[in-house]
Write a new protein. Sequence first.
Length: 184
Amino acid sequence: MAVELDRIVEQYHQELRRFVLKRVASRFDAEDVLQTIWIKVVREENKLADVTHVRGWLYQIARSTIIDFYRKRKVEIPDANVPDTPITGMEHAETNFNEDCASYLLRELQGLPEKYQLPFWLYVGEEWKHRQISSELNLTLSGSKTRVQRARRQLKEILLNCCDVQFDAYGNVVRYEKRNVCCA
């Protein structure tokens, strides 16, 4: 069995590595995911004799491991917080507050249901295509788009309920004032 496992690793390692690198943005995270895949393969070595399509079996393990990676991973939130003092004067007209609002919304994203949180993060944070998200999360293409839209709508509602926000013609946040009810 060990000889067959060595042959499988030798035959599929580079192919699986490329597969994982396309789906995980950080090279270091991709290497961790790849290592986890091979650990799972070794643990399931006793099932190898029953597997008729080794390549398909490996890709099934790889897809589930990538999904687990994103489910377990917490969204990394920048240290930037929404400032306590609102900026309202015209002397700050060139300034936008996109990063401040994005930081706040990333914190709020963690409060959304996982079925919206993960597709939204993969689309916006990891820049995956809807086709890739639907494939990895076993969703239809329209299901992926719907979940991202619903997450956007919920995050927009959270922001607008928390702050008075003014956008420029390009969608940049140029002014905001916190309401006393929420805004962390």
